[in-house]
Every structure is written in C-alpha cells, then in structure tokens.
Design a protein. Structure first.
Length: 260
C-alpha cells in the first residue's frame, strides 16, 4: 500500500527523525493537516495571528527575517505559543546555525533548495540534526512557469533519500513527482492552497484542500492570506473562523483518502 494511504498515526513508525514523528503525532492528535504561512512585518501582528490560528494548525510557517522589530522576545513568545497550541515552527528560510536569528535553536523545521548542491544539506544537518530538527527540500513550486521541474526535482528526490535521517520531506505539488521512485516515506507540504480564488494575478496558482490532499496525495496544506487577509492581518475572530474552515476541509479530504 502506498505510504500516503495509511493514517498519519500509522506512518509515525516510518520515520526516525524526531520532528517528523512529532508532526505526524500532532496532526493525528489535533485532527489537522493545516500549516499557516504568516508573512507580516511586525512582531505584534505575527504573534496575534499565530495565537488566533494556533488551535487549528499543526505547523506555523514564519518568515522571521522580514519582521522589522525582531528580537529575542519574539522567539521566546513564539515558542510559548507552540507549546500552548501544540504546533511546530517552520522558519521559511535557507539558513545555517549562525546569524542574528539562530534558527536552529528554535525552529523545528527549515527548508532548502538544492541549487548549491548536497553541501547545503550537510551544513544544515550539522546545526539541526543534534537538536532533532527536520529539513524540507524545495522540490516543486506553485507559481506558474516555475523551473523546479525535471532534473531539478529528480535531484531533490535523490538527495532526500540519501539524507532521510534529516530530510523529512518536500515542498512539492504532488506525491507523484517526488515519491514514485522512493522506497522511503516522506512528508509533502504544499503551498498554493485557496478556497476562494484560483490565482492572484502574479503567477500564483491556487488549488483546494481536496485537490491537494485527496487528488495529489500531499500531506499538509500551506495557507497564508486566505486565512489572515492582507497587510498585518484580519481581526482575530475572522482568522479563527477561516483557520477552522481550512482545517475542516483539509481533514475531510485526508479522511476520504484513507477511507477510499
């Protein structure tokens, strides 16, 4: 049976990486496969949005490097919210252990593209693996005309299989493109998810949670503006409502996948 037709709980045993195991356990426990992507420029907005959406998500994807008033207090409070609402933190930046943000010390998950070669994985592993962190490789993108196809994607899959103790999965658009030649289980987190629009005029293409989870066999839907709106975010009640709407749609698609 293909890995993705098993339940999240059943798939825990397929992974040795602590972050991958923890994520699958959270997803099963909270009945959510929703990751909120928060790209705002102020500390207050980031924390407010995360607190409002937290009960409905398994992962918070942040872009800390664009927060203009970043400080250690932001990191501390984000970690507190992670424990309060039972989610993992995913910093959307290709980073090592050094620098002002010291990502490996607080982010459970980070990502990397493979253009620099396998050294980017070994470099990140030196910082993150002793802490039980996990890495996602950028294998495919949701924007029209993206060049992450063909040999690029094949190379990402090969490197993931060679480093499966640290690489826990991919940013990808479908399971077919990254899992077909692999004997190992990997998590697939997918951006470009929307319930109210099919595109943004800038090349971004949106699919529904069902199209991503049921039709394409992916594991986690990544949603940003569809939940918190424009600028520094909608009001808290709107964020809670839309987070729950996406959580429900994603979970129903997953249950249908396992059942059918």
């Amino acid at each position: 049976m293909p890995y993705h037709l098993n339940t999240y709980e059943e798939r825990v045993q397929n992974f040795s990486n602590p972050t991958a195991r923890s994520l699958l356990e959270i997803m099963s426990r909270k009945k959510t496969n929703l990751c909120i992507s928060v790209d705002v420029t102020t500390k207050a907005s980031l924390l407010r949005i995360v607190d409002a959406a937290g009960p409905s998500v398994c992962v918070v994807k942040a872009s800390i490097h664009i927060v203009e008033d970043f400080d250690q207090d932001l990191v501390d409070r984000l970690q507190q919210l992670s424990k309060k609402h039972d989610f993992l933190i995913f910093e959307d930046r290709k980073f090592y252990s050094r620098g002002v943000h010291r990502i490996s010390s607080w982010s459970h998950i980070t990502n990397a593209h493979i253009v620099p070669g396998p050294g980017v994985i070994s470099g990140l592993a030196r910082a993150g693996q002793p802490l039980g962190r996990g890495l996602l490789l950028l294998a495919e993108m949701s924007s029209a005309g993206a060049l992450t196809t063909g040999e690029y994607t094949k190379t990402a899959v090969r490197l993931a299989n060679e480093n499966s103790d640290f690489v826990i999965g991919y940013i990808a658009m479908s399971r077919q493109g990254v899992q077909s030649d692999s004997e190992k289980d990997f998590l697939i987190l997918t951006p470009g998810v929307g319930l109210d629009t099919k595109g943004d005029g800038l090349g971004q293409q949106y699919r529904t949670p069902r199209e991503v989870i049921f039709d394409s066999g992916c594991d986690v839907i990544i949603v940003g503006r569809g939940i918190y709106g424009k600028g520094e975010g909608n009001d808290n009640e709107s964020i809670r409502k839309d987070s729950e709407r996406y959580r429900k749609e994603g979970w129903e698609a997953y249950e249908s996948r396992c059942r059918d």
